[in-house]
Design a protein around this ligand. Sequence first.
Ligand SMILES: [Zn+2]
Length: 326
Amino acid sequence: MKLSEFVGYGDKMEQLMRSVQAGRIVHALLFVGPHGSGKRTMARLFAQTMVCTGPVKPCGACPACKQFLAGGHPDVKLVRPEKKTIGVEEIRALIDALSLAPYESDRHIAMIEQAHRLTPSAQNALLKTLENPPGEVMFFLITDAPGALLETIRSRCQTVRLGDVSVELCARALTDRGVESKRAALLAGLAQGSVGRALEIDGDGEWMALRERVIASLEALGGPGSVAAAAAPLEGDKGGEDDMLDIMELWARDLMAVQSGAAPYEASDAARLGRSRLDGRALLQAVLLARRQLGSNVSWANALENMYFQLTDSGDNGRTRLSWQR
Ligand SMILES: [Zn+2]
């Protein structure tokens, strides 16, 4: 696949690549987009294009491309969370590796996946390297939660935002793959225009069941006394926290749409959204906080309960974040 073949992004990405090759931009790119939006694929294409020695890049056939595709290019360093977080030791090891001369290309490429899982000390170590790299190096940071990164890191990166492909484009891509058109519209909405995510949801009855459990849990949220009971059905679901937060974020966006008078993605949810006592904006903020807490090693059960308490708490202005039905 070539950069120009990336649905909806082709020209933008080709331009960006030309700037990179001409050395016109900062040496760090931050790939941002929802789960399934293709940001990792895009970052990998970028990296491959940079190491490729073929005439039309990325050729997929030259020795550098083959090494890269097999995961063994010596100048491409990949960091991803082995545990819940990426610690400072892993970043120090990366920096050590970057201080050696590259083997085959004229620079190193350092790719950090799920960068929101970098601990604060790892982010600080990385920040120093971004400010003063040990040699020629191009950083790719990939994340679906850029808010969990230090502002100082974000400001040193050029952001490449994915997931702007419209819901309609996504629905069309799905009908092209044989999905019935009404279902395609529903899936495209649920996946916020991400084709990858939509296909994942389509083949995934479990995801739809999880969605139902998550929404039921949010609906069970009343006063502070209801937090434990509302959270309990979701607490034991270890490993599903990213999906659950994605679902809550989509629900928050739908709530915000309905509460501002717009239509939700899924028309059949309209009545349910209208009945909700949750404020969409407050829910979205709570989801962002929970992601940040998970990134700094708070357990899922604690992050979830903190989130629910935040939603039932009175704000500074004395109003509750739930508008109670009395
Ligand atoms: Zn090549």
